[in-house]
Design a protein around this ligand. Structure first.
Ligand code: ZN
Ligand code: ZN
Length: 374
């Protein structure tokens, strides 16, 4: 089959900036050196670009996991142009295709099934999309967003102004133009590019499949450090409408903290989350599936499988009873009946259900351990 034509613009940008970052920047660091101001400014700009992609392009526009004040949108749109990853409209269209057709080599623009290189950067080096390149039909909602339309229209000048203007301005102020162009201009851009690209490549290859193996996306805490929290990618592909990627408080997800903090200032609102019940159900269902698969290789699998299915049924029904009680309890609390809250029947029933659920979880876990040693 004939290969798609090379995208010379993309290839030149990645090649030239990559070579400068790999060769010229270290050479300059050894011969002349960078100042603390330049290092700090590079890190700050790197964070600004990265968070504009994760909080803006990804969680706000592609997935609409929350709403934001126009001022926040404007700042994120500028940061996105600075990150040089195409316009919001184009990026979101690609990304919605990635989710809708994940791992489908023909329709997922950066399908992980085509290997690390393709999903990381290869997909941008050739004009794979052909005539479909400017088809934004899956982003009709974004075409009504004034900031998205404005950024798309002026994307090229915005990208040039931010990428040359910001390093140049800092360079002129500090009288270190070359150093600033190298560090804040090029090194920041190359790191920012590859940190984001890791989400499409490594986050689909390296890590745990906590919720499902229906797609290649994986949860990886290490990757979360480089990607502003986007390393919890198995969760993200399973619950894409959730504004969080790392759901536990200790999960490193600065994008989530940023969105949540802005909500306290009234700058973001309607933060969407998947319910605890649905998350736990998905996790248990997936574990059950793995155990089923494991059991089929076991000599006495019929008896064991029957027992396992029975335990699983009880677990699921206890889970649903527990979460229904929890919901009722929250409702009850809301109605300001705090006074007799702890002696109420509903609270005692909730405690009982909680204990029963935990017992069943232990039993289920024990079953899993026996299986693994069997
Ligand atoms: Zn996504
Ligand atoms: Zn993905």
């Amino acid at each position: 089959m004939k290969k798609a034509p090379i995208s010379w613009l993309n290839l030149s940008i990645f090649l030239i900036t990559g070579l400068i970052a790999l060769l010229l920047v270290p050479w300059y660091a050894f011969t002349v050196g960078f100042t603390l101001t330049e290092i700090v400014a590079t890190i700050l700009c790197l964070g600004f670009c990265g968070m504009s992609i994760t909080a803006g392009y990804h969680r706000l526009w592609s997935h609409k996991t929350y709403d934001a004040h126009p001022l926040v949108k404007f700042v994120l749109a500028i940061g996105g142009a600075f990150a040089l990853q195409n316009s919001i409209l184009h990026w979101s269209s690609d990304h919605r295709n990635h989710h809708k057709h994940v791992d489908n080599n023909d329709r997922d623009p950066y399908s992980a099934k085509r290997g690390f290189w393709h999903s990381h950067i290869g997909w941008m080096l050739r004009e794979y999309q052909g005539d479909e390149y400017k088809n934004y039909n899956n982003c009709k909602d974004l075409q009504k967003d004034k900031i998205v339309v404005w950024q798309h229209k002026y994307y090229v000048p915005l990208a040039i102004i931010t990428n040359f203007g910001i390093p140049l301005a800092i360079g002129l102020i500090t009288d270190r133009v070359i150093a600033c162009l190298l560090s804040i201009g090029v090194l920041r851009l190359v790191l920012s590019h590859h940190f984001t690209f890791f989400i499409n490549s490594l986050a689909h290859i390296w890590g745990k499949q906590t919720y499902t193996n229906a797609h290649t996306a994986r949860d990886n805490a290490w990757l979360a450090f480089l990607t502003y929290g986007e390393g919890y990618h198995n969760f993200h592909h399973t619950f894409e409408y959730d504004y969080r990627n790392g759901i536990k408080w200790w999960h490193f997800d600065p994008t989530k903290w940023f969105i949540k903090s802005l909500s306290w200032l009234g700058l973001t609102h309607k933060l969407r989350t998947a319910s605890e019940e649905r998350i736990e159900q998905a996790k248990t269902k997936h574990k059950m599936q793995l155990m089923r698969e494991h059991l089929t290789q076991h000599p006495h699998h019929h008896v064991l499988l029957e027992k396992l299915e029975a335990e699983y049924e009880i677990l699921i029904s206890r889970m649903s009873a527990f979460y229904t009680a929890k919901k009722q309890l929250i409702e009850f609390k809301k109605q300001k009946l705090e006074a007799d809250y702890r002696t109420s029947d509903i609270y005692l029933q909730f405690l009982e259900l909680k204990q029963k659920l935990n017992e069943q979880k232990q039993l289920f876990l024990k079953f899993n351990l026996t299986l693994q040693t069997a």
